[in-house]
Ligand binder design. Structure first.
Ligand code: SIN
Length: 298
């Protein structure tokens, strides 16, 4: 590995460890994700627990809470600690407007999220985070893991000239791309937004790579061919660099919270014809992705 990539990793692994008073936090890898213990999400969190979970979220970006017995109200209350809830679009007929069912079984021909992406990046105010609560895992006893990739590190491990090149660019995120192979319902407003290719996390100010294969159509400052080549290079790099990744192996009644502002995820559909069932709540971000340092950087 090149020295600039090693330096990027070392900056993360030599950070002083966070101290938590009310929860136990065990990292999934040194670079991404953590399991959180000693928390019952069916109860309202205390201010100390809320503060600890928020800090763990900003440090690890993906948090896993196992053995939770949650109603939809519990799920939404926990999500509400991080921001406004994002309604499901198009709205589900006859069910909770904030709960998206994510399920697959022997009749499925496609599965949501089966490719690297971040949720909702075509929106002018893209998703802050998502909370997926898996209650049924494949009967065969394995499969259906979700992979996550750290976009801070993806940026920081690039060579300095590559980072400088990307810093000045923007990208178009087109919601229509997510409908590939399907026809959107008539009247549905499909968002399309231009965001910087490299943005700063609104809560920490740390830079990250902000393009993804599900929504990013092109980089308008480049020719079509150049844009396709650069985006393919970045997507291949994200998909083929395990150091950027962590893997969540689901057990029934596990809730995972991830930060859509700085991680991508990939739902692995490797369990056909078995069944997996989950419910997801998404959280709105109050600020658009920006390349400049936010005033309240931690
Ligand atoms: C999603 O992309 O939100 C679904 C993730 C999953 O099912 O693991």
């Amino acid at each position: 590995m090149e020295q600039f990539a090693l330096d990027a990793i070392e900056r993360v692994t030599t950070r002083p460890p966070e101290v938590y008073d009310s929860i136990v936090v065990e990292p999934l890898t040194p670079l991404l994700g953590a399991e959180v213990f000693d928390l019952d999400l069916s109860k309202e969190l205390t201010p100390a627990e809320t503060d600890d979970v928020r800090r763990a979220f900003l440090t690890h970006h993906v948090l896993v809470f196992r053995d939770q017995d949650l109603s939809d109200e519990d799920h939404k209350r926990f999500a509400g600690l991080f921001g406004e809830l994002h309604p499901v679009t198009p709205p589900p007929p006859d069910s909770d407007p904030y709960i998206l069912e994510v399920s697959a079984n022997k009749n499925s021909r496609v599965v949501a999220g089966n490719g690297w992406h971040a949720d909702g990046t075509a929106d002018a105010l893209p998703s802050l985070g998502s909370m997926l609560y898996v209650t049924r895992t494949p009967e065969i006893g394995s499969g259906g893991d979700t992979l996550f990739a750290n976009m801070h590190l993806a940026y920081e491990m690039l060579s300095p000239p590559m980072r400088t090149f990307l810093d000045g660019l923007t990208a178009i995120h087109d919601g229509l791309l997510a409908w590939r192979g399907h026809t959107p319902p008539p009247g549905l407003v499909i968002p399309k937004t231009e965001h910087p290719v490299v943005v700063r996390h609104p809560d920490t100010g740390r830079q990250l790579l902000y393009v993804n294969g599900a929504y990013t159509s092109h980089i308008p400052q480049l020719s079509r061919g150049e844009s396709e080549a650069i985006l393919k290079t970045l997507y291949d790099y994200i998909a083929t660099t395990p150091l950027l990744h962590c893997r969540v192996r689901w057990t029934p009644n596990t809730l995972v919270l991830w930060d859509n502002r700085c991680v991508q995820h990939h739902a692995t559909w490797d369990y056909y014809p078995h069944t997996r069932y989950a419910r997801r709540v998404a959280i709105n971000s109050p600020t658009p992705p920006s390349a400049t340092t936010p005033p309240h950087t931690l």
